[in-house]
Design a protein around this ligand. Structure first.
Ligand code: ATP
Ligand code: MG
Ligand code: MG
Ligand code: MG
Length: 556
């Protein structure tokens, strides 16, 4: 440690809201370079690489082939797939000196489909799994919580290519298993949650959620039967179109209600457009309708507005990949009730007010199809603690969690876009079907920190810790010499060792060792003259004395 580039801090940065942010900075693992951009210092890089190693080993074990695609990508590819528009402001865009348009890759479905199309021509070339561990770029609206939500971050993304649905199902299962082994090995507590289950039933994707207060996702789990789902997926009620379950349309005075134009301004609705009217339901009740004609609503901003009312929202990405959410209605003017959901006068989750095509009014009991029509349909669900579990009827428990992984049965969206066929078994062309699978490698470091840290500092599971043992020389030159010699022997045996040989007081060193969070701390102190050292367990704080000569064996 006397030669390591490491400076621990007594105080956390003022803007740090989460334990992982505070502790990773204080313990000298990461430093902020700019909003949402982080430098990984020596200790942090070790942990990041450890996570990546486990991911790599388990991906290789299911037959994944590691490749490396560029992060700087021609924009036309994202325009062809429609995602340049879908991602909107999330996409970092740039141009080269000749004016050609590029993006920094937020994820790589398009490019992988193109690579595979070149490489795979016959069913004999399939199935195949390609993956990379790479820096991704997303211009997140609110980069926060340190490396939990960066604008530049590390992701493992993999893509499966199969000739039929059965093949895709098998590739998906392989990934699901690999992800379980990865997160088990990393020592992460996680739940596998269906992310959205469509009106047709069945789920297209599953998220790996790590329970933690700092998480931005809400999930529901059922202690009785083990059911777990992102709250977005627990209910998918579709409002009855005939209005049978609703009362008559009523108009009510609601002073201060904005017109749809003010609302649109508040939503920051971009002028470019595909959606006309947007319908939002909460618990199957229509609550919000509309964006003014020929504008596109920014669902991310809508989600922000809805957040105070604790309404979970299907994300823009989900929306884009869920054709069943988009209906072919053509509407008159839009109505808007969004502001009402976010209005502090309305209890969280309340969902009975909607509509506003006139200032200072809302409409109650609005029914789609009877009172208006929409051309886009967004199903929003509210789930409350204790709601019945859809699987067994037991009481659901709500919790916060961090999305660390996401696996997706993509199907033929991207292969259709580039007409990616291979020669089928029957000699006819077969359209390839894809899966895509992500793990937030850098985010997983923060998720582990969130789940394992205590009031003294970080406290890593062994597999990811920056070292197997942290040797502290507590005393004078004698102790330092003995500690260095012992560290040498431990390292020769194959253990990863940090040794604190700095000329500092034992108290300062113990505090730093606890902050840094290597699971075992070996203290070379007063009794070294008798050949005795002390082994401390970082998590439990228990300590045992042992002969120095037993150290290698005890630590293996
Ligand atoms: P979120 O809901 O948190 O914004 P996402 O659903 O947009 O994440 P995916 O597109 O599913 O993310 O990407 C795969 C994985 O990449 C996520 O499960 C997450 O672990 C990680 N990830 C996504 N965005 C970020 C980010 N801004 N910083 C760090 N990791 C991220
Ligand atoms: Mg996102
Ligand atoms: Mg997500
Ligand atoms: Mg996701």
């Amino acid at each position: 440690m006397s030669t390591m580039t490491l400076k621990t801090l007594r105080d956390a940065p003022g803007d740090a809201e989460t334990a992982s942010h505070r502790l990773l900075v204080r313990a000298g693992y990461v430093r902020r370079a700019a909003a949402g951009m982080w430098t990984w210092l020596p200790l942090g890089k070790r942990v990041l690489d450890n996570v990546a190693r486990v991911v790599r080993e388990e991906m290789d074990a299911i037959g994944g082939q590691e490749v490396q695609l560029p992060a700087l990508l021609p924009r036309e590819v994202y325009e062809a797939s429609g995602r340049a528009e879908e991602y909107g402001d999330l996409l970092f865009r740039l141009t080269d000196r000749k004016g050609a348009a590029f993006v920094l890759g937020p994820t790589h479905e398009e490019l992988f489909a193109l690579v595979a199309q070149e490489q795979m021509t016959s069913y004999r070339d399939l199935p195949a799994i390609l993956y990379q561990i790479q820096t991704k770029y997303r211009d997140e609206a609110r980069p926060r919580s340190g490396v939990l939500r960066g604008r530049e971050f590390q992701m493992k993304d993999s893509y499966s290519f199969d000739v039929d649905d059965k093949g895709l199902a098998a590739s998906y299962e392989l990934h699901r298993g690999a992800y379980q082994r990865i997160f088990d090995r990393l020592g992460l507590d996680y739940r596998i949650c269906s992310a959205i289950s469509g009106a047709m039933g069945g789920s297209e994707s599953e998220e790996f959620l790590a329970p933690a207060a700092a998480g931005e996702d809400t999930f529901a789990d059922c202690p009785a039967c083990g059911f777990a789902a992102n709250t977005e997926a627990v209910r998918t009620t579709v409002a009855p179109a005939d209005g049978s379950a609703h009362g008559p349309l009523e108009e009510i005075d609601t002073p201060g209600t904005p017109t749809i134009e003010t609302l649109a301004a508040r939503l920051g609705v971009p002028a470019s457009a595909t959606l006309k009217n947007l319908l939002v339901t909460v618990d199957g009740e229509i609550t919000a309708v509309g964006v003014p004609g020929d504008r596109e609503v920014d669902l991310g901003k809508l989600a922000e507005l809805l957040a105070p009312a604790q309404v979970a929202l299907v994300t823009a990405e989900d929306f884009a990949t869920r054709p069943d959410l988009v209906r072919g209605y053509v509407g008159p003017q839009g109505l808007a009730g969004v502001r009402y959901l976010a209005d502090p006068r309305i209890a969280p989750g309340t969902a009975w007010v909607t509509g506003a095509n006139r200032p200072d009014t809302h409409a109650r009991n609005v029914v789609c199809g009877r009172d208006f029509e929409v051309d886009a349909y967004l199903d929003v669900v509210v789930v409350r603690d204790g709601d019945p579990c859809p699987a067994c009827g037991g009481g659901l428990r709500l919790g916060r969690a961090i999305e660390v992984g996401h696996i997706f049965r993509l199907g033929r969206k991207y292969t259709d876009a580039c007409r990616f066929d291979v020669l089928g078994r029957d000699g006819r062309p077969a359209r390839v079907t894809m899966g895509s699978y992500g793990i937030g490698v850098s985010r997983t470091v923060a998720a582990l920190a969130e789940q394992t840290a205590d009031d003294k500092g970080l406290c890593w599971p062994r597999e990811v810790a920056p070292a197997d043992v942290h040797v502290v020389a507590a005393g004078k030159a004698v102790q330092t010499q003995a500690a260095l010699a012992l560290a040498e022997r431990l390292a020769e045996s194959g253990l990863r060792v940090i040794v604190d040989d700095r000329p500092l007081s034992p108290g300062v060193k113990f505090t730093d060792a606890e902050l840094i969070g290597v699971p075992r701390i070996l203290v070379v102190g007063r009794r070294i003259g008798e050949g005795i050292v002390e082994l401390r367990d970082r998590r439990t704080g228990t300590s045992t004395e042992l002969p120095e000569t037993d150290a290698v064996q005890r630590l293996w």
